[in-house]
Design a protein around this ligand. Sequence first.
Ligand code: FMN
Length: 207
Amino acid sequence: MSAGRRRRGLWKEREDGMMDGLKILVAMTGASGAIYAQRLLDNLDPRRHEIHLVMSHYAEVVLAEELPGGLRLPAGVAKHKLKSMDAPFASGSNPVDAMVVIPCSMGTLGRIAHGLSGDALLRAADVTLKEKRKLILVPRETPLNLVHVRNFELLLLAGAVILPANPSFYTRPATVEQVVDTVVARVLDHLGVEHGLGGRWGEDEEC
Ligand SMILES: Cc1cc2nc3c(=O)[nH]c(=O)nc-3n(C[C@H](O)[C@H](O)[C@H](O)COP(=O)(O)O)c2cc1C
């Protein structure tokens, strides 16, 4: 991908309907489920797409609990500081094509729903919505209260995709990773990114 193409975030739709050359921001927050972000990063090819990462402070705290070995950052992924607005995607002049907040805490979800943009992660979500790019939120919380549901409604009205971290079991996943991948596959589908994670009803032999 040329530098100019990267700057403009020009993606290309392939004949099979999948996308190449997407500029994608993966944002991790302090909800349980750091492994969802890990598996998403494992399945995004930085040679095909421009991949950025930003983590909230509590994402680092939960990561230490859930993945003691730390995050495996694939080569080519650009990690950005939370407290710096120097990241390109913090400006509407250079938005990403898609942003995925995974896992998404109810705190971050509420802040995005109400337009708070005090750090690079929140500002990027605000920019993604205002520039009409794809914002995919992967919340993890249970049970839900009315505040959560009202915030879901606001975000849906603003154009976000709410894709809860609700795994499916009809493919009979045998490992934690396979359970996680049932959610990650749906995220990749919404990004328009090719993947081999399966999970399509009626297509997989093992179904
Ligand atoms: C181990 C652990 C698990 C957590 N799980 C969740 C969760 O599943 N969902 C959620 O909304 N918050 C969860 N929290 C609370 C958030 O981390 C907390 O609300 C934090 O302020 C979120 O900040 P952030 O949105 O900036 O990442 C968890 C916290 C810890 C320490």
